[in-house]
Write a protein that binds this ligand. Structure first.
Ligand SMILES: [Zn+2]
Length: 324
């Protein structure tokens, strides 16, 4: 775990700074830490880098040859899907207004995701928009490249429970707590990277775990669905993630979490990422499939829902995509 700069309380009795000054220093440092934590935008802590990359590696391994070729053509020379997966976080500041594209705040008391939580745009609506651009062979290449980078990233983000569940705390960002020896973290960060850092030494180990999970027989049932379904799953996971292990008590600021929470939630975090990787490959295989030669036989009866989407969208009315 990273040892963040902790406000060291100067011990009383030492002759160094007078006690009052020491207290003031400690208070100022604590205030500064609180201010920094409060100012930190939520997406800056999206699934950590290893998590994004590992899920993208799983997705990449499942691409069809056609999708793989198109991914290679769209991305920069030498840029892998794993490299592309963190682009949206790395460039978040350069794309005004993009911070809110990475999550949706759904109260954990809600039954499920609903477009009412996405009125100003959120991960669900943005993902739909970027998928449209990605699937459009007439869209300019730089636009499709950016769309691809966002699709990879946002499919992963919507699987992070704390990018969906919320208790008016920015998805756990304001729930300051300690996790193992990390004294100054918060519930959101625990889910972005804390659990995974304790569980795995590096990206490779995490990726191996995701590949293992994806090989389980039940993993076949995870395919399909759309961003709204995935958000519903994340919401369900968040309802538990907000609780002290083995209780129905919400985790309070100042809580000390460790082994018990880790053991309960590591399998959840790993499975969320494995699902994300599997679904991402499905999304890319569908959106990057070569245009089908639809030449119905002269007497063919058209299928009843020939041009219908899989199901009516519950998503917010799509705004015009604003990325440049
Ligand atoms: Zn993100």
């Amino acid at each position: 775990m990273p040892s963040q700069a902790a406000p060291t309380r100067p011990s009383a009795g030492r002759a160094k700074p007078p006690r009052t000054l020491a207290r003031r220093l400690a208070a100022a440092t604590a205030a500064l830490l609180v201010a920094v934590a409060a100012a930190a935008p939520k997406p800056a802590f999206a699934w950590g880098r290893n998590a994004h990359r590992a899920a993208a590696r799983l997705a990449e391994s499942r691409l069809t040859p056609e999708a793989r070729a198109l991914v290679r053509e769209l991305l920069d020379e030498g840029e892998s899907l794993a490299d592309a997966s963190t682009w949206a976080d790395e460039n978040s500041r350069d794309i005004p207004g993009s911070a809110s594209w990475h999550f949706v705040n759904v109260p954990i008391t809600a039954e499920r995701y609903s477009p009412q939580y996405c009125r100003d745009g959120c991960v669900v609506s943005r993902l739909a928009e970027f998928r449209r651009i990605l699937a459009d062979p007439t869209a300019p290449k730089p636009r499709r490249r950016m769309a691809l980078r966002y699709v990879v990233h946002l499919v992963e983000d919507v699987h992070q429970p704390m990018h969906v569940g919320d208790r008016r705390d920015r998805g756990g960002n304001t729930v300051q707590l300690s996790y193992f020896r990390d004294e100054f973290t918060n519930l959101h960060q625990v889910w972005d990277s804390g659990i995974l850092r304790v569980g795995f030494r590096n990206e490779r180990e995490l990726a191996d775990a995701l590949f293992d999970v994806a090989r389980r027989p039940e993993a076949r049932n995870w395919l399909g669905g759309d961003a709204e379904d995935w958000a519903d799953e994340s919401l369900k996971a968040a309802k538990k993630a907000y609780l002290m292990p083995g209780t129905n008590e919400f985790i309070r600021p100042g809580a000390r979490l460790g082994r018990e929470y880790q053991d309960a939630q590591l399998p959840v975090a790993v499975e969320r990422l494995a699902r994300a990787g599997m679904r991402l490959s499905d999304v890319l295989n569908a959106d990057l499939a070569p245009p089908k030669k639809k030449a119905p036989a002269p007497n063919a009866v058209p299928a009843p829902h020939f041009n219908r989407d899989r199901r009516p969208s519950r998503g917010a009315a799509p705004a015009q995509p604003s990325p440049r």
